[in-house]
Design a protein around this ligand. Sequence first.
Ligand code: NAD
Ligand code: IPM
Ligand code: MN
Length: 359
Amino acid sequence: MQTLLLLPGDGVGPEVIAEARRVAERVAPDLGLELGLLGGASIDAHGEPLTAATLARARASNAILMGAVGGPKWEGISRNLRPEAGLLGLRKGLDVYANLRPAVCFPALADASALKRDLVEGLDIMIVRELTSGVYFGEPRGIETLADGTRRGLDSQVYTSTEIRRVARVAFELARSRPRKNTAYSGVLSCDKANVMETGVLWREEVTRLHAEQFSDVPLAHMYADACAMHLVRAPRTLNVILADNLFGDILSDEAAMLTGSIGMLPSAALGDPGTPGLYEPVHGSAPDIAGQGVANPCAAILSLEMALRWSLDRAPAADRVRQAVERALASGAATRDIGGALSTRQMGDAVLKALDQL
Ligand code: NAD
Ligand code: IPM
Ligand code: MN
């Protein structure tokens, strides 16, 4: 039997995963749903954000659906024992190096975007973020006190050619399978800071080399990451697949979220080599400011389930149904506060379930 491990996590995580769970039970009743602890919830129960047992269960599942981790309660803890460290450990432990973060503007939400409707209507871009290397994991790192008492913080941005090539491959393959846009950046737009960083130079060289070797049919362009941030709000629809390292991808995907209406709409998939379990999670965090109120938007979690059905569980028809149900629920006017409505998390889940019944 296929298994989906649910790791609701902290804050609004459990609230939005509860709705994704109801959708999963409806569209894939034979799927084995399991439950585990991650982040602050795991710290409270076991004293660490990711236990070896949870990682082993994740590795043995077909896919993992995570809510969100973190919150003020655990902010004082040392960095490697904080909730976020559990999530990073899970990504690293599963070796899910390619993070797919689609930014799609649903027709009903064009006016909820921070940008004007005519800039975002029909928006459909895919950010491919490297997820298991770069400055998030590079050594050496730390905070030290120098002889004169000055404190010094150090992070290292490190990439190997193998790490760059494997994630670039995912971006090129995705661009091949997606409708080609008739725009300036119709295939892959690779972001780096090759003007100031050594890793940026390597990134650009390796992406260019892989492209010439195996993907010359896919249009490729390069842009400095800061310029890409600007381009994303100036002319987002001219973009198709954006390839970025771990840190730039993190920032660009939050920026892209606001084009779609709300970060509560953005799902993600983290994929490793074929045949290994994928990790699915909303792009948003634990939203401490609204946690416990039952008002978080569950769509990002539900759409993350859609991605799990599609990319890890080989259930494209069920994935299509989930997608259509979310689209129809939104079109019928169902909306949580962040996208201009007044529905609770549960009521939004109800609206998606109702739309599923009507498909
Ligand atoms: P956040 O994404 O939690 O919140 C940013 C803003 O978006 C807040 O105003 C919040 O209310 C809103 N928001 C987020 N999700 C929403 C939803 N589903 N519906 C409606 N509104 C939503 O980011 P933050 O405040 O920077 O971080 C809070 C905590 O979450 C921190 O501990 C951070 O480390 C953690 N975090 C975790 C993840 C993750 O688990 N993948 C991602 C980002 C941040
Ligand atoms: C995300 C989050 C995480 C990241 C944090 C919580 C570790 O911001 O998934 O985008 O920076 O990758
Ligand atoms: Mn982020």
